[in-house]
Design a protein around this ligand. Structure first.
Ligand SMILES: [Zn+2]
Ligand SMILES: [Zn+2]
Ligand SMILES: [Zn+2]
Length: 173
């Protein structure tokens, strides 16, 4: 898996990406260089994502930068310092296993065991182990019951409310 090449432009680790590579990060904002708004901002446009045409002249909004501006932007990026290609592997946040296989977990279940940190990455073995440990030692009721209890409680409250509304409506007529 770690063969060193950029999956998009093919350069090896330590080299600069080829211009236009979609794996190159922007040295200004750390976003994806080909899609971030830094070019517009650095060229002096009033870029604003929420404004009509994002605050750009409609022609640029539709067709992108002119050849001349694009060349100017590349020169600015070169002068500022580009980020060369280095592979940063995905890693299990618990055991350090590289490139753990992706697996799907319902959002509610993930939150129950791990909180709202969605950038955390885990291998399947660690995730299963974490569930086991928490179920065995936390004293919390095991997932789904706790969640379904909350929903059941909400439904009961809702039913009570509807009953109250209906009884009021009955009195008024
Ligand atoms: Zn590349
Ligand atoms: Zn940027
Ligand atoms: Zn792991």
């Amino acid at each position: 898996m770690l063969d060193g090449e950029c999956g998009d432009c093919g350069v090896v680790e330590g080299q600069l990406h080829k211009h236009g590579c979609d794996m190159e990060r922007c040295a200004y904002c750390n976003g994806q260089l080909i899609s971030c708004a830094c070019a517009y901002k650095m060229l002096g446009y009033n870029y604003d994502f929420n404004a009509p045409y994002s605050g750009l002249p409609p022609k640029i909004y539709h067709d992108g930068l002119s050849e001349k501006e694009y060349t100017k932007w590349l020169a600015m990026v070169d002068a500022y310092g580009r980020i060369p290609h280095i592979i940063m592997p995905n890693m299990c946040g618990r055991c350090g296993k590289l490139w753990p296989e992706m697996f799907r977990v319902p959002d509610e279940e993930w939150r129950f065991y791990l909180g709202i940190d969605e950038s955390l990455m885990l291998c399947h073995d660690c995730y299963d182990r974490i569930k086991q440990l928490i179920d065995a030692r936390s004293g919390l009721k095991k997932y789904p019951p706790r969640v379904t209890e909350v929903i059941a409680k909400r439904n009961r409250e809702h039913a009570k409310m509807m009953h109250w509304i209906r009884s009021r409506a009955g009195k008024d007529t």
